[in-house]
Design a binder for this molecule. Structure first.
Ligand code: FMN
Length: 284
């Protein structure tokens, strides 16, 4: 076996990506009988160090799709915190049933720029952070069946090879090269909408000041001493809304809500997960 340890690495405000990456790393660990370590770089307090991986590690590296790409405020961390040493890597993205557009190719490119050797990749449709009308409770049993087929094929491939040169790398995934812009959100009337300044509001009588929202915010936008204040730049990830146990957080920005309505009107059809090994798209 040319690898000796598996890492699951993720940014994941609402935990879809965490669940997918952890399952992949743990299942691979079980199939290959190797130890597994999880690295979560979602919140600022978890991003105080940096990580160097060895030549005999395997890294499953995941982020969600935000506006068709790696979340832009998180890209600098992807670009500076992780370094491989010809380390085998599996880029993974989750997406909320619209499209992963260029997020998977961006993760793949960033890993390769940092001396990882990508050879397999996956884009997994998950419940959209903005609304449960898109991909509600996914990944579901059918998604998991396909994901497990992919994991078994990757494990078999790794068991069969004696040197990294036997593996086809880099993995080929769809997306633009070079990358152009981000997906421009549309409103219910089909026109572009900007909601960069939208921030979560707080129903103050429901807030018990537990601080969960401030601690969960990936960009430390929420004031720890008064959670109703949001002095930082919100990335709309919805972690505060989903993790607040009293349901005190909400968004009322008209343009943001118009975009959510547009998604609910147009993107309820089932988007399938996609899997790639070497230069082939694989189906399970
Ligand atoms: C700000 C933002 C932008 C998003 N943009 C897209 C997108 O372009 N395409 C898509 O299909 N899903 C999009 N999503 C949905 C997320 O990619 C999806 O829900 C993901 O699984 C969330 O990951 P997490 O649970 O790890 O935070 C977006 C979600 C957020 C919060």
């Amino acid at each position: 076996m040319i690898i000796h340890k598996i890492y699951g690495v993720y940014f994941s405000p609402v935990k879809n990506t965490a669940n997918v990456v952890k399952k992949m790393a743990q299942d691979l660990g079980r199939e290959l009988n190797l130890p597994v370590e999880v690295i979560d770089f979602t919140t600022p307090e978890k991003r105080t160090g940096s990580w160097s991986f060895k030549e005999d590690d395997l890294v499953v590296f995941g982020t969600p799709t935000f506006a068709g790409r790696i979340p832009n405020k998180i890209l600098p961390y992807v670009q500076t915190l992780f370094e491989g040493k010809e380390t085998l890597a599996i880029p993974v993205v989750t997406f909320g049933n619209r499209s992963f557009d260029n997020s998977l190719i961006e993760v793949k490119n960033e890993l390769e720029n940092h001396n990882f050797k990508t050879f397999a990749a996956a884009a997994i449709a998950c419940e959209h952070s903005f609304t449960d009308k898109l991909a509600k409770e996914r990944p579901d049993r059918e998604d998991i069946r396909q994901l497990e087929g992919f994991i078994r094929e990757v494990a078999g491939l790794l068991q069969d090879i004696n040197q990294k040169e036997d593996i086809i790398s880099p993995v080929q995934v769809p997306g633009e090269h070079p990358l152009t812009g981000y997906y421009v959100p549309l409103g219910i009337d089909g026109q572009p909408v900007q909601f960069l300044k939208a921030k979560p509001k707080t129903v103050e009588e429901d807030c018990d000041h537990c601080g969960v929202c401030a601690a969960a915010c990936p960009v430390a936008a929420i004031d720890f001493s008064d959670e109703a204040k949001v002095p930082g730049t919100c990335i709309k990830c919805q972690a505060c809304v989903k993790l607040c146990h009293s349901g005190a957080k909400y968004f009322d920005d008209e343009k943001f809500l118009s975009h959510v309505r547009m998604l609910e009107e147009n993107y309820t059809r089932r988007a399938e997960p996609e899997f790639f090994i070497g230069n082939e798209k694989r189906e399970y």
